[in-house]
Design a protein around this ligand. Structure first.
Ligand code: OGA
Ligand code: MN
Length: 226
């Protein structure tokens, strides 16, 4: 595993400011080169290693007992981060600095990040969805960090972000933003309000999807589901 003792413990202040302004004004922000390249490469290497060791699992949809695998909805393969490597710990340290600033500026009361590596094989996609439903889950802010060294035009696999809404958009609604999944680009958006999709990819596509959660404690027990 690549180790980098010089890894910054926090995201760059200008990056944090852009992310917070975007969330407050538009419900989303897309920041290229948000994390140092060396850190992103270490994460990409780890994801590729997991992939070759067959330690990725087909992702599903739905929570708890409603959890099912639906290749017609999403085709990524995932591995939950568990802070077991320097690369992961550095990532969490940087994202933690964002959580603190979001709480300070936007009063969202975020208390934890859960995140998984995601690998989309060629031909796969993730149809338009919300990451959580108001009152049903405790995911508040979504984040996606892209880990692909090159992303030539015409490779598909972009993330389309749609205008904030309570419902999924119909075919007449144009995306607000098409995000190229290039190494170091970080996208954040409001999990309950921003419909988004991963367009079919032609290349193997690497990323980390993460969610800042709010404590949804019901009857005194913390809800651990996602
Ligand atoms: C997700 C998701 C977007 C992306 O995992 O929920 O929407 O660009 N990912 O990988
Ligand atoms: Mn999503």
């Amino acid at each position: 595993m690549i180790q980098n003792p010089e890894a910054p413990a926090a995201l760059n202040a200008a990056v944090v400011e852009q992310l917070i302004d975007g969330l407050a004004e538009s419900g989303y922000a897309v920041i290229p080169n948000a994390l140092p390249i060396a850190e992103c490469r270490a994460l990409a290497l780890e994801l590729n290693t997991l992939r070759h060791q067959q330690e990725l699992n087909s992702a599903g949809i739905g929570r708890g007992r409603q959890h099912v695998q639906r290749r017609d909805i999403r085709g990524d393969r995932i591995h939950w981060l568990d802070r077991s490597s320097d690369a992961q710990r550095n990532y969490f340290a940087m994202i933690e600095s964002l959580r603190i600033e979001i709480n300070r500026s936007l009063f969202l009361g975020l208390f934890e990040l859960e995140a998984h590596f995601a690998f989309y094989p060629p031909g796969s996609f993730y149809k338009c969805h919300f990451d959580s439903f108001e009152g049903r889950s405790n995911r508040v802010v979504s984040s996606v960090l892209y880990l692909n060294e090159e992303w030539p035009q015409g490779s598909g696999g972009e993330m389309a972000l749609y205008p904030q809404s309570e419902r999924l958009p119909d075919a007449s609604v144009a995306p607000l933003e098409i995000v190229t999944p290039k190494l170091g680009t970080l996208t954040c958006f409001l999990s309950e309000r921003v419909p988004h999709e991963v367009l079919p990819t032609r290349l193997p596509r690497l990323s980390i999807a993460g969610w800042f959660r709010r404590n949804a404690s019901i009857g005194g027990t913390i809800d651990p589901e996602f």
